[in-house]
Design a protein around this ligand. Structure first.
Ligand code: HDD
Length: 713
């Protein structure tokens, strides 16, 4: 029986709905014990099956209906239970109870997702990642339906179906799956200058995370906090991973998609099963209501972030994921998020993207989950009991006693009562709103390039090169030269070198674009607007570059030990112990899955053979010491595979440690061609090799030497 390590109100509630089959007899859905689940009921041994066979009919009928529509976006996901613990009170800013009492623990369920691909697509698609958090608070469910990028493609929800249609597989041939590298996506983007900031994020390595546990989360919109006195602050939400923000190389992502398309799902699951609970700090940027206009962008514009240099992020709590779901469908698939699920002390802003989202999420659950009673599915239930006069509908679970289902009533003595504010009754924050009914965009939303520049200029050189290469890869798949040309024209507004480099590889020229006309207010003069194209107030922001992320830990990093018979046991045990002490995981790769006999006579059990896995599934490699072992690894049958491991890891800028006697392998590999010191390569000559190896792994990759490593391979 799986134990439920969590002990909180949500976990207790879920236990009521959890079934264990151990030692139980098989039954029908009506509870009737089944005596034969192998044969259908027939007229004679070789005769036709009888319609009377209710056991067969029930089983097949249920099977026929066991799929539900996948999410229209964010179809592929992985989820986990956890807890949010408040470390700093936000009482001065919000009355939301889960954010005011230091030490308070709130159960959560988090679902990560890719956006464009369908449910069975690869984890390593170049894509935005969803980061949706359901807080089961004592005041009702609060959903922070976030992404791993702080801005969005479009400014108004009315463009969302267009964006999604453009990125999804093309309608005539349903190609490509889980990829933005195609005509319709870039056609749309080339005509939507407001998307350029998001495109910088999407083409950066943020779109190919090393792990779901190593990416940030952002609420994107400005929300409102309201405190007990009714004072308002704008708030931007951030989740910052304790392990830092890390990515894989694009070339590596493509290989992982073939070798292990469930790479992120598996990584999250295994980390939680191993007790390596993923953790994020929750941070907030707080802006007093009266400062709304102090920025060089509009706080309501979801294509803009608030630079941390202008408003620092205050860390207020920790999100920890500590329990895998018991059942993927019941929990991860059926969970239903909605940015409109809020609690007193939090409210919406007039961000036109957010406003549209407030309609979309409940609506989509109706077709996906099939009934307005989706809130009764165990994973969606709030921990406080629901009392209202809504009734009936498909699959209703709650049995509400009493005669009245209307309000006001006297028959039910007026129950359930409305709650006063002092009792936690929700009231929308009062805001004076006036204006002509108008289908237009605010002029304050017109600057589309300055923050794209801010992001690009904040990247380190390797990050910039990756971003350029991503654009080259994606746009090379675009068959219409005009679309390629238009995108390059857009890039010219961000950085001329970027535009030039991409243009050169695409065989197009950098042409100054006419002002694209999609989002211009009707009364605006395009020439005047273009002259408003400006530099951002903040020119460079360290927080936007992954180069500046946490690099002092190797916790949960996976190190492959390549070995064969005769391997030196002492050094293996030593290194393994040191690595594991720092929280890393080690796995043995050998010529076959047969036990490896060490020089001290003990047997080690390999997890992988040289041909069943690739270096892309590891963060670093140790080529184990031992003369006999090296001889076996150098045998023709093995050598090509070992060298492939080494050369591939080298190309992807990973740390590689060559143990004693491994010089023949070293010399045969591309590593021997290096001309300079490389902190990622540790050899038998090094002093304190284990410490050097640990330090190199913590740096994640030696991206700075990528060009050198690749030109030599
Ligand atoms: Fe959305 C799902 C995040 C804009 C309409 N969205 C969905 C999920 C995430 C986001 C993380 C997956 C939730 C889950 O795991 O079940 N969406 C965002 C962010 C946005 C955003 C951060 C911009 C800041 N979304 C957005 C707009 C619309 C939608 C503008 C429509 C007007 N989103 C949906 C949806 C989905 C969804 C169609 C699909 C499945 C679902 O809601 O439950 O309603």
């Amino acid at each position: 029986m799986k134990t439920n390590e969590q002990n909180n109100e949500k976990a207790d509630q879920l236990k009521w709905h959890t079934t264990y089959n151990e030692n139980e007899k098989l039954t029908t859905n009506q509870g009737l014990k089944i005596n034969n689940n192998q044969d259908s009921l027939k007229a004679g041994e070789r005769g036709p099956t009888l319609l009377e066979d209710f056991i067969l009919r029930e089983k097949i009928t249920h099977f026929d209906h066991e799929r539900i529509p996948e999410r229209v976006v964010h179809a592929r996901g992985s989820g986990a239970h956890g807890v949010f613990k408040l470390t700093k009170s936000l009482k001065n800013y919000t009355k939301a109870k889960f954010l005011t009492e230091v030490g308070k623990e709130t159960p959560v369920f988090v679902r990560f997702s890719t956006v464009a691909g369908s449910k069975g697509s690869t984890d390593l698609a170049r894509d935005v990642r969803g980061f949706a958090v359901k807080f089961y608070t004592e005041e009702g469910n609060y959903d922070l339906v976030a992404n791993n990028m702080p801005v969005f493609f479009i400014q108004d929800a009315i463009k969302f179906p267009d964006l999604v249609h453009a990125v999804k597989p093309e309608p005539d041939n349903e190609i490509p799956q889980a990829a933005s590298a195609h005509d319709t996506f870039w056609d749309f983007i080339s005509l939507m200058p407001e998307s350029m900031h998001m495109i910088m994020w999407l083409m950066s390595d943020r779109a190919i995370p090393r792990s779901l546990r190593m990416m940030e989360g952002f609420g994107v919109h400005s929300f409102k906090f309201i405190n007990d006195e009714g004072k308002v602050h704008f708030v931007k939400f951030h989740f910052k991973p304790r392990l830092g923000v890390h990515s894989v190389a694009w070339n590596e992502a493509q290989t992982i998609s073939g070798v292990d398309p469930d790479f992120h799902k598996r990584d999250l699951w295994e980390a939680i099963e191993n007790g390596d609970y993923p953790e994020w700090d929750l941070g907030v940027q707080l802006i007093p209501e009266e400062d709304e206009d102090r920025f060089d962008f509009d706080l309501l514009d979801p294509t803009k972030l608030v630079p941390e240099e202008e408003v620092p992020v205050e860390l207020v709590g920790t999100l920890t994921l500590n329990r895998n779901p018991d059942n993927f469908f019941a929990e991860t698939e059926q969970i239903a998020f909605h940015p409109g699920h809020i609690v007193p002390g939090i409210d919406f802003t007039n961000d036109p993207l957010l406003q549209g989202r407030l309609f979309s999420y409940t609506d989509t659950q109706l077709s996906r989950l099939g009934s307005p009673n989706f809130h009764e599915i165990p994973i969606n239930r709030s921990i406080n009991t629901v009392h209202n006069n809504q009734r009936d509908g498909h699959m209703r679970q709650q049995i509400v006693k009493g005669k009245s289902s209307y309000d006001p009533n006297s028959i039910g003595m007026g129950c359930p009562f409305q709650a006063m504010m002092s009792e936690g009754g929700f009231t929308s924050h009062e805001e004076r709103v006036s204006g002509a009914k108008i289908r237009q965009r605010s002029k304050s939303f017109v600057d589309h390039y300055s923050q794209a520049k801010l992001f690009y200029n904040s990247q380190s050189t390797p990050e910039k090169i990756h971003l350029q290469n991503a654009l080259i890869f994606e746009l090379s798949k675009v068959t219409h030269p005009k679309i390629r040309e238009r995108v390059v024209g857009q890039l010219g507004y961000i950085d001329m070198f970027l535009a030039w480099r991409v243009a050169e590889k695409l065989g197009v020229e950098v042409k100054q674009l006419e002002w694209p006309n999609q989002s211009i207010p009707a009364d605006a003069d395009p020439i005047e607007l273009q002259s408003q194209e400006r530099e951002p107030n903040t020119k460079v922001s360290d927080a936007l570059s992954m180069k500046n992320t946490v690099k002092n830990t190797i916790k949960t990093r996976k190190i492959g030990f390549i070995m064969a018979n005769g391997v030196e046991a002492g050094t293996i045990y030593d290194l393994k112990e040191k690595l594991e002490k720092e929280g890393a995981k080690t796995e043995i790769i050998a010529p076959s899955l047969a036990p490896v006999r060490t020089n001290d006579g003990t047997d080690l059990i390999p997890k992988h053979s040289l041909t069943s896995i690739r270096s892309v599934c590891f963060d670093a490699l140790y080529i184990c010491a031992g003369e006999d072992a090296v001889k076996e690894l150098m045998a023709p049958d093995n050598k090509q595979h070992v060298l492939h491991f080494i050369n591939e890891a080298y190309k992807h800028c990973k740390a590689i440690y060559f143990g004693e006697n491994t010089e023949p392998l070293y010399q045969s590999s591309n590593v021997a061609l290096r001309k300079h010191e490389d902190p990622g390569i540790i050899t038998w000559d090094d002093q304190n090799p284990a410490d050097k190896f640990i330090n190199a792994i913590a740096q994640h990759r030696v991206w700075d030497l990528e060009l050198e490593r690749n030109t030599q391979s």
